[in-house]
Design a binder for this molecule. Structure first.
Ligand SMILES: [Zn+2]
Length: 312
């Protein structure tokens, strides 16, 4: 299986361009075009690349550092479906617009829902400005914020790739196995990062309520700040309530996200003992030059920011 992955990797890497100089570097039996895959947002796109390697070419509907909630698809986005062999979505109500767009584009191929089979958390009932563009589902869609869940994403994506490209199944399986081992390591790292942080010192407030799966997996109490979202200006009353909550619960850290605005949290931090703990990546990766260009790096960056803040 590993050999399969290596062959696949060699067939489309830059090494191929120089292969003429060595008779040992034989042309692969099948110099196929990469499989075109459309992923709804950057985190899924990274998972597809990890499993598909050079066998896939990924187009994103929502790119790095782009706020999924405020995303407005343009007609030209539907061109990304031309020639696609697979569409990958999160599901759990995240992408109502993308489903409509997929239909409108005339795409008739398979759509894999990466959360298929996952035990979803219900959306928080009150107090959170949470629907902001994530559709009307009853489930919390941010399941990727738990590494355990992403192992299921990987299995679903692997199986979907193998179904559309059975000739390369061994490579997808080998790549997925290697990546799953990295995810296990990541999961251990995250747990270790919070070792020794007392239970009553694990309260965090974030601008948008995207970290409930992370909280459930790793024992952190995330509160969404009511009224603190990118498209609504909170009222004076909401800000006062939030400040009261932070003082009462002795919240240690406030976080902004790469997709939101930090002004308000800065202001709240000035009036409480909580501090603004840096940027968390919730619904989008950074671009390639940023600190979180892959899912694994995103989880590491988030965990370091949260653990540093809680350890104060
Ligand atoms: Zn979100």
């Amino acid at each position: 299986m590993l050999a399969g992955a290596a062959v696949a990797a060699a067939s489309l890497s830059g090494a191929q361009a120089q292969s003429g100089e060595s008779p040992a570097a034989a042309e692969p039996a099948k110099a196929a075009e990469p499989i075109r895959v459309v992923a709804s947002f950057s985190i899924l796109g990274d998972l597809v690349k990890q499993i598909g390697g050079p066998l896939v070419a990924v187009d994103l509907l929502v790119g790095p550092n782009v706020d999924m909630h405020a995303f407005q698809p343009s007609p030209s986005d539907s061109r990304k479906f031309a020639g696609a062999k697979l569409v990958v979505m999160n599901g759990l109500g995240l992408e109502g617009w993308a489903e409509r767009m997929t239909k409108a584009s005339g795409y008739t191929g398979p759509v894999v829902i990466a959360t298929k089979g996952l035990k979803a958390l219900a959306k928080p009932e009150t107090g959170h400005d949470h629907d902001h563009g994530h559709g009307q589902g009853t489930n919390d869609p941010h399941a990727w914020q738990s590494v355990g869940n992403v192992k299921l994403y990987v299995a679903n994506i692997r199986d979907a790739l193998a179904a559309v490209d059975p000739a390369d199944k061994a490579a997808y399986v080998a790549n997925a196995d290697a990546y799953l081992a990295k995810l296990d390591q990541l999961d251990r790292e995250i747990r270790a990062a919070f070792d020794g942080v007392p239970k009553d010192k694990r309260q965090v407030i974030t601008a948008h309520q995207a970290f409930r799966y992370y909280g459930a997996a790793y024992g952190i109490d995330f509160r969404g700040a009511k009224g603190v979202s990118e498209e609504s200006e909170p009222s004076a009353r909401e800000i006062a309530d939030l400040i009261k909550l932070i003082k009462k619960e002795k919240v240690r850290a406030l976080f902004v996200e790469n997709i939101s605005n930090r002004r308000l949290l800065d202001r709240i931090a000035q009036e409480t003992d909580a501090k603004v703990g840096g940027t968390l990546y919730s619904d989008a990766l950074s671009d390639a030059s940023g600190p979180a260009p892959t899912y694994i790096e995103m989880m590491r960056v988030n965990t370091k920011a949260i653990a540093d803040a809680l350890r104060g």
